[in-house]
Design a protein around this ligand. Sequence first.
Ligand code: 5AD
Ligand code: SF4
Length: 423
Amino acid sequence: MCYAIPGRVVSIKGQIAVVDYFGEQRTVLNDNDDIQPGDYVYAQGGILINKIAEKDAREILGFWKEKFFELKKIDAQYSKLHTSGEGELLRILQRVNVKQKLNNEEFIYLLNLQTKEEQSLLFETANVVRQKEHDNACCVHGIIEFSNYCRCDCFYCGLRKSTSQKRYRMTPEEIISAATYAVNELGFKALVLQSGEDEWYDEEKLVTLVKEIRKLNVLIFLSIGERSKALYKKLYETGARAVLLRFETSNKEIFQNLRPGTNLEQRLDLIRYAKELGYIVATGFLIGLPGETEEDILNNIMLTKSLGADMYSFGPLIPAAGTPLEKEPLGEKSAVLKTIAVTRLLDRKAKILVTTALETLGDNAKKEGLLAGANSLMINVTPPTYRDLYIIYPKHGKEVKKAIQETIDLLYSLGRAPTDLGL
Ligand code: 5AD
Ligand code: SF4
């Protein structure tokens, strides 16, 4: 199985390499010394991961050649407007079509759309923009949830320290072995290592993890919460290249109420620092927190953009048992889809993730997210012994090979191909 297509390096200037995929070119960051134009490489998340032998690359590309152009045709069919509109909505979306910048009032208007037809037209328009900017590329990352211990007490989260759920920690050996399986057996080229904020994993353990997993030629995403700047720096130097850290909400008051003992500015400062260090940064927010308005959602999108996010990660609040928010209403799928679409219009080149939380809102949610402007996915590759214990919110876990097959079938049915999205 394969979640990345190899490309051929066409040029290198300093740290920037241009990689060609069947005539489509993407810019990526390269910090490997031994790469030359003409080499075949894998890239993920805009980062050149490793070189592969020409013979192996040609074999894989032989399989992809026909498939790639076939997929592009399918994607082109989906990337058209099928719904008609009128009035203010049509006026706004016509402005999008000629690449005019919308103002806040117009974005709020879109986030407030109520009827199915109006929302469909918004999603279709966003999908057209996605196709224009990124073609049919879609990245698929694996995620290993390695510990559900957390020192924080966020009001929305099932892992908060006050809940009584059963806790686990995977040993570094177990994590490395799960990563090896995900890369060598399942074919992932990017892995998210996620946990609660768990200081049991000190610098020494995390450095070992990054060092060993980096040897597998995979993009390492850290999702370990608010740890020290020194630790993030050390892990960058060791070979981690991406960080997933949401700011959760741009509304200071809501942040303060729901995340006792922490503060928004400090969190933003850490996200900015990760970006400065050179990490690929995925960040974002929750949708549907109590007291939140459409203005907050728009501010969240704009804050994500202003942080220079390389990837947007946001999803609905799913009330979790045993938390202060357990009686809150379940996040609305349409609100998430509208947020995906508006993000696509506001930041045309964005990489937007369909999150697992959105997937829990219905069998079709993943597909709907991809058709509303999203272009990245994650698949849970946590070993079966632990996966049911990582309960940030209630979710139905699927056996990994089944999940992978379903995802691939979905991507192919929509005409999406696993080329890198570039920088
Ligand atoms: N529903 C949806 N997402 C949640 N998260 C935490 N609790 C919930 C919930 N109840 C998200 C937070 C966090 C990420 C790891 O999980 O945004 O950053
Ligand atoms: Fe811990 Fe993150 Fe959950 Fe907060 S959201 S309790 S930091 S795992």
